[in-house]
Design a protein around this ligand. Structure first.
Ligand SMILES: Cc1cc2nc3c(=O)[nH]c(=O)nc-3n(C[C@H](O)[C@H](O)[C@H](O)COP(=O)(O)OP(=O)(O)OC[C@H]3O[C@@H](n4cnc5c(N)ncnc54)[C@H](O)[C@@H]3O)c2cc1C
Length: 428
């Protein structure tokens, strides 16, 4: 039997692709979905943090959207995102829209961009200087990412954001001055009207409810005996263990020694906030805030995405992994800064809110972390333990990537077992 630790999108996807096999999903929370859960309350629809979907794989899209489109349950949106830079808004990505800055700052950015001599960079901060020059780096890319990652950017790998980083060549930047082309991996996106949990529900419909154990936390793993212990004291035997918990946590559960300093990450405090009326901003989907005097780094507008008549926001604040976050302490500063930047006005009343902490949120990808994960994954595989998912693989990725990884592992293991494994909507 396969035991799957974690009922987030990765664990559920693995089970779905392994539907004919024997499996048990162990999830510590009452509800399945992990970071793709949704809270619906007082007419507001809030995810753990803004979760928008830009599928590249038609098969995965079909699986997750099964039924939703025909029932008019999703919105399709052309992305409208901005950066609040001093007194104005600049289109995202900053590096392609420097012509929207005051003239002197535009010239600084342009001259520095032309001065760059692309040399090899050794970390994320160096990459930003090497690729875009001093002014673009220091006006937006560095302060914004320092707020998000809550760390010195020198400590991150130059490819810490992989394909999610909006690279732009000089030629593209210049062309954008005349003909706007801010296309990116998520230039348009879809979003279920009832939140990200709809995708989770679509996967769960294909699974056997008798194969879930919720409210159960795995507290230790014995790789030699092939047993997991859960917090009730129950001991469960497995043939294969699929883990989606954060990688260093898996190493702890297995009792493996590792260098803790290799694994770093940030925490994100999210406020989902619903107000009694529409605010001044009626078009943006999310806005980036590089200004360090403002406590949050990004604000998203569910009401503009879902065409609602009351402001519904998600507000994200970045913290170090060791920070002891008291959400109550942050409510007043968040409301103050939302007014300061013009997202809300004095006459708007907060009807309802929810705060939650994503820990980990963004892992700090470094050469060392990549090497260590690879080595330790290979070691664990010898004991039939496979670690996958955004946190199981200790990486930066989307839910589509999680589903692909789960599918890939399931296929590899089935192939090993000599079974065929084809899953699509028509199997339902
Ligand atoms: C701020 C933010 C915004 C994002 N926005 C997007 C977006 O717009 N689009 C997109 O595609 N992706 C987005 N993502 C990424 C997306 O959230 C993840 O890729 C995805 O949710 C990861 O799923 P997972 O199953 O790998 O991990 P998780 O969702 O973390 O699931 C792991 C599960 O394991 C459980 N667990 C942990 N420990 C134990 C234990 N000991 N025993 C039992 N269960 C345990 C947890 O409770 C959890 O349910 C975003 C991520 C963040 C942080």
């Amino acid at each position: 039997m396969d035991i799957i630790i974690g009922g987030g999108i990765t664990g559920l996807s693995y089970a779905m692709y392994n539907a004919q096999g024997e499996y048990l999903i162990i999830e510590k929370e009452t509800e399945l979905g992990g970071y793709c859960r949704t809270l619906r309350r007082n007419g507001f629809v809030w995810d753990f943090s803004g979760h928008f979907f830009h599928f590249q794989d038609a098969g995965i899209k079909e699986l997750l959207m099964c039924g939703l489109e025909s029932e008019n349950q999703v919105v399709k949106v052309e992305k409208d995102t901005k950066i609040k830079y001093k007194d104005r808004y600049v289109d995202f990505p900053f590096q392609k829209n420097i012509h929207q800055l005051p003239k002197d700052e535009f010239i600084d950015c342009l001259v520095d961009l032309f001065d760059v001599r692309e040399t090899e960079s050794h970390n994320f901060k160096e990459m930003l200087y090497c690729k875009f020059g001093k002014s673009i780096a220091e006006k937006f890319l560095i302060p914004y990412n320092e707020k998000l990652y809550a760390c010195d950017l020198n400590s991150l790998d130059k490819d810490a954001m992989g394909r999610f980083f909006p690279y732009a060549e000089k030629e593209e930047i210049i062309k954008n001055f005349r003909v706007k082309d801010n296309s990116s991996y998520n230039g348009s996106f879809v979003y279920p009207k009832n939140g990200a949990i709809e995708y989770v529900n679509n996967i769960c419909r294909r699974l056997d409810i008798n194969k879930f154990k919720t409210n159960a936390s795995v507290v230790s793993i014995d790789p030699n005996k092939k047993e997991v212990v859960i917090d009730t004291g129950e001991v469960l035997a497995y043939d294969r263990l699929i883990s989606t918990v954060p990688f260093p946590k898996l190493l702890n559960l297995c009792g493996l020694n590792y260098n803790e300093s290799v694994y770093n990450w940030n925490q994100v405090l999210v406020f989902n906030m619903g107000f009694d009326k529409k605010g001044p901003n009626t078009t943006s989907h999310w806005i980036y805030y590089p200004d360090k005097k403002i406590c949050f780094y990004r604000v998203g507008f569910y009401d503009n995405i879902l065409q609602q008549d009351r402001t519904s926001l998600y507000v994200e604040l970045g913290f170090d992994k060791n920070a002891d976050i008291d959400p109550d302490k942050w409510l007043a500063p968040v409301l103050h800064d939302l007014k300061e930047v013009g997202c809300i006005t004095d006459d708007m009343r907060l009807v309802d809110y929810q705060s939650l902490i994503m820990d980990p949120a963004y892992v700090h990808i470094t050469e060392q972390s990549q090497k260590d994960v690879k080595e330790k994954k290979a070691l664990l595989a010898k004991y039939d333990i496979y670690s996958i998912g955004r946190y199981g693989s200790w990486t930066y990725c989307s839910i589509e990537d999680n589903i692909k990884e789960a599918k890939g592992l399931s296929e590899t293991l089935r192939l090993h077992d000599g079974e065929d494994n084809q899953y699509n909507c028509s199997n339902l």
